[in-house]
Every structure is written in C-alpha cells, then in structure tokens.
Design a protein around this ligand. Structure first.
Ligand SMILES: Cc1ncc(COP(=O)(O)O)c(C=O)c1O
Length: 352
C-alpha cells in the first residue's frame, strides 16, 4: 500500500497525526499494567468487550465488529468489493470501482489499490465542502464501495445531514462506509436505527483518537447484522490483540476522561481559530481534533521551521484542493498554547 508515513522526531510535540496529546486515561494504563503473563499467552476473546462496545454505542452486539484499528475496517470493506464483482448489462464482470471524495484520508486509496479496484475520485470543491451532487454523479453500476468521512480528515468539515443515506440509496450494490473516526469530537453519528433500514451503510469508529489508544490499534465497524456477518468472514479471527482489548474495556468505563479530553480539544480549536484570525490565515471550522488552515505557498517552510522548534505539523499541500494548507492537532490546551507560540515565532522568522 502506498500510504506515506509522516516523519517522527523523538521528544517533539506530535501534532501531525491527530493523536490524543494527553495519552490514554490513567485507568486505561492501569488496566494495561495489570495485564498478566497468562493473559499474554492466550488468544484474545472479544465477546465480552464487543458486547460492552455495542452497549456503549447503543446497538446490539451482532451489529459490531471490532477491528485492528479502524484501518483494518477500511481494508475489510475494500476486500468485500472482491466478492460478487459488479456485472454489466451483458452479464460480463466489471472492474470494481471505489469512490473517494477528495480531499480524503490517504488510507482509502491505499486500500482500494490493495484490492485492485479502480479509484473514482470526486474532485474537491473550491471551499472543500462536501458535494452530494458530484458524489452521486460518480456512482456507476460498477461502484462497490464509497468511502465517506464525518467529520472529514483533513478539513474537519461535517458531512451534510442525509448525504450518506442518499448515496447508499443510489448505490444499493455498494457498501457506503461512513468513517466516523472523529465522532467523539463532533458528537454526531449515524449509528442507530438508520443502519437497520439501509444494510449497505457501514459506520467505522476508532478508539485511537478521543480515547488515546492509537498505539494499541482498536476500532470497530457497525452495521446491520447481516452486513457485519459478511464483513467478519473477510477478517482474520484474532486481529485485535488481548492488550488492546483490556485497554478498551477500561477506556469505555472512563466517561469523565473522554468528556475532559473532548472539552480540551474544543477549547484548543478556538485558540487555533483566534491565532489564524490574528495572522489572516484562512481556516476551516473543524468538528474534529484538528484544524486545517491555509498558510500559503511556503507552508512547507513553516512546517519545517515548527519542526526545528520541536512541534510537528502536517503539510497538507499534497492533498487535492489543499495547496498551502497545514493541519494541526487540537488536543490538550497547554500543548496547543505551546505550539501556537512556536508557530508565532516561525511566522515571524518567515516574515524576514
Ligand atoms: C479519517 C480517519 N479514518 C481512520 C483513521 C485510522 O484510525 P485507526 O488508527 O483506528 O486505524 C484515521 C486516523 O488518522 C483517520 O483520520
């Protein structure tokens, strides 16, 4: 797969991966520490934690499949397109198409390439807002999967109400995967009765972001029971490890930590907006734990200057429609303040 891993610098403030800058909750790390030799020696059993996750999401347990990070869920949906390939009017098999709405999380394209699908990219709008009309226009009889993101990465913008449902209705031969990696920050989800009525809608969730479990790799797919059963058949039986399961069980109990972290992120977003306003940098109001702003033609120079001062940011200039844009994680308020001081300095040195 062609996903390019961003550079990592030891000891730097990592604001380039949309990670949780506080780390997981204290009770979660205690659960990991309590993990013992016997538990390490046994193949993981997810039944109890799946039931708990389903309860936390407000659905029945057979609507949920835990995954090795949401990334595994994204790949599993792509694998599904290999089964029962699209057929044209003459009965001939067509190469499956996977629709990606730009700018999009790069892993979608990597998954589509991995299964040999034809990637159909919906070009970005000028303002980077989601276009339902143009996404619907990209659907053909060969469409087998549509990746949608709510809120979007890298823009932080929400998916308009009803858009995923309309796309799923237009493409009954396809899965429509709504990636809700940042749902804890937006407070919005498609998980609920809608998934019962539209079995080709699949929601992807992760515990990497708001719960701070990115290093342990745990996410979930949520859909109609029949859809989950079909997707589960494409997955290896023990892809989520026992340590991640122990951590997830603890993390789901710690509502206070989640609420605290989301509040920190919301406050941090406002600090970033204010910074952007002060410096006349256009930005996109975000519903996620990061903010995208347009730094200008020398975005790379700014990102490099911040990195030299110990703050890692993501230059998004390579992403369609995002020339000159920088994405910055909005996590713990103190971290954001530190980063903005560094950026202030970097901007000042750019001016000379
Ligand atoms: C939109 C989106 N989906 C999925 C993921 C991956 O989630 P996980 O770490 O659970 O694999 C990310 C991570 O950055 C993301 O931004």
């Amino acid at each position: 797969m062609s996903y390019e891993r961003p550079a990592v610098v030891d000891g730097a403030l990592r604001l380039h991966f949309n990670e949780n800058t506080a780390g997981c909750s204290a009770s979660t790390i205690e659960a990991i520490r309590a993990f013992d030799r016997e538990a390490a020696a046994c193949y993981p059993d997810y039944e109890r934690v799946t039931a708990r996750t389903a309860q936390w999401l407000g659905v029945e347990a057979d609507r949920v499949q835990l995954t090795n990070g949401l990334d595994e869920g994204l790949l599993t949906a792509a694998l599904w397109t290999l089964h029962g390939p699209a057929i044209d009017s003459t009965g001939a098999a067509m190469r499956s198409e996977i629709v990606i709405v730009e700018p999009a999380f790069e892993v979608y394209a990597a998954c589509a390439e991995a299964v040999g699908a034809r990637i159909v990219r919906v070009a970005p709008s000028e303002d980077l807002q989601f276009s339902l009309d143009r996404t619907l226009a990209a659907i053909t009889p060969a469409t087998r999967l549509v990746y949608l993101t709510d809120p979007n990465n890298p823009t932080g913008l929400g998916l308009p109400a009803g858009a995923a449902e309309a796309i799923a209705a237009r493409a009954p031969q396809a899965l429509v995967l709504v990636d809700e990696a940042y749902a804890n920050f937006s407070g919005r989800t498609l998980v609920g009765p809608r998934l019962e009525r539209q079995p080709n809608l699949v929601v992807g969730r992760t515990f990497a972001k708001a719960h701070g479990l990115a290093g342990l790799r745990v996410g979930a797919l949520v859909a109609h029971a029949d859809t989950i059963a079909a997707l589960r058949r494409l997955m290896l039986p023990f892809s989520v490890n026992a340590c991640a399961i122990a951590a997830l069980e603890a993390a789901l109990e710690d509502r206070a930590y989640l609420d605290w972290y989301v509040a920190q992120s919301v406050e941090s977003r406002t600090l970033v907006y204010n910074f952007c306003r002060r410096h006349d940098l256009p930005f996109w109001p975000s519903e996620a734990n990061f903010v995208l702003f347009r730094a200008g033609a020398d975005a790379g120079v700014l990102v490099d200057a911040a990195a030299r001062r110990g703050v890692l940011l993501r230059n998004e200039s390579h992403a369609p429609g995002c020339a000159g844009c920088v994405r910055m994680t909005a996590g713990v308020v103190e971290h954001t303040k530190t980063a903005l001081t560094v950026l202030e300095d970097a901007l000042a040195s750019r001016a000379h």
